[in-house]
Design a protein around this ligand. Structure first.
Ligand SMILES: Nc1ncnc2c1ncn2[C@@H]1O[C@H](COP(=O)(O)OP(=O)(O)O)[C@@H](O)[C@H]1O
Ligand SMILES: [Mg+2]
Length: 262
């Protein structure tokens, strides 16, 4: 499965370094919640941040935040809006959003060339930001691969469940088959404790090292926290509602580390 090559007139590598993809093998691991929270943590630290809802058919960035954006990616795909015109400022979280729309069709339905154009326009838009976070759909399909090619770093989210770990491993394996030098890092979400999260990471790290000869660093562990579910139910961002909760602290630590390391 070859990644779509970045075109020759693509923005310089400094732009790619700004773009962080959030991926997973399995769905339901907290990717969208994590992408939102990471964007807010970066925004709070004063970084101009854009969150791209790349899971278009199941768009739920706007749902988790209780937003009804006037413009979204569906308008871009329909040819009614340019990508910059589709940006919504989410002032409460201090970041911008390129929202999807649930049921509006899927990015996977787009012809490859249009998907590549969308990605390249996103890279151009990224020049205006310090960070762009891509919330991708689960798995390693063509859409995920094409969009992930824009990112300098991909965070692979997993939980401690064997199915999630196996799928994270498969994602890593498939990605490095085409891109041995890809900067992949692991986020363990919904961990019972910071220690057990590190053990989960260690299991995945060893598998990648032993079978793929690839060292995958840890981006961070996020503890399971009932306030995550509660804030999603209330359609309010965790970092707004419970800024000192365990999960919010873990997100802050990941944001700080990312800023130091990439
Ligand atoms: N750290 C956490 N602690 C507790 N529950 C969490 C945590 N992270 C995510 N969740 C739960 O997981 C559910 C799925 O999250 P979501 O972001 O929609 O996952 P994905 O985008 O990977 O499908 C959320 O609705 C929330 O209830
Ligand atoms: Mg999601």
């Amino acid at each position: 499965m070859a990644l779509r090559p970045i075109p020759e007139d693509a923005p310089n590598p400094a732009v790619r370094r700004k773009i962080v993809a959030v991926a997973s093998g399995k769905g339901g691991v907290g990717k969208t919640w994590f992408s939102i929270s990471l964007s807010q943590a970066l925004g709070n630290k004063g970084h101009r941040t854009l969150l791209f809802d790349g899971d278009l058919g199941l768009a739920n960035v706007d749902i988790q935040l209780g937003l009804m954006p006037k413009q979204d990616l569906a308008g871009v795909i329909a040819g009614k809006l340019t990508l910059p015109q589709a940006v919504t400022n989410y002032s409460e979280g201090q970041f911008d959003i390129l929202a999807g729309r649930s049921g509006a069709g899927n990015l996977a339905m787009l012809p490859v060339q249009r998907l590549v154009t969308l990605r390249d326009n996103l890279m151009r838009l990224a020049e205006k930001y310090d960070r762009v976070i891509l919330d991708l759909s689960a798995g390693v399909d063509r859409t995920v691969q094409t969009l992930a090619a824009a990112a300098g770093t991909t965070l692979v989210v997993t939980t401690d469940e064997p199915t999630s770990l196996t799928d994270a491993y498969a994602f890593i394996k498939l990605t490095i088959a085409d891109h041995p030098d890809a900067d992949l890092r692991v986020v363990v979400n919904m961990a019972d404790s910071s220690n057990s999260g590190r053990e989960t990471y260690e299991t995945l790290r060893k598998a990648c090292y032993n079978f793929l000869s690839k060292e995958i660093p840890l981006a961070g562990v996020i503890r399971s926290d009932n306030r995550v579910r509660e804030s999603i139910r209330r359609q309010t961002a965790l970092l707004t509602r419970h800024p000192t909760s365990d999960a919010a602290q873990d997100i802050d630590a990941i944001a700080a580390r990312l800023q130091r390391e990439i």
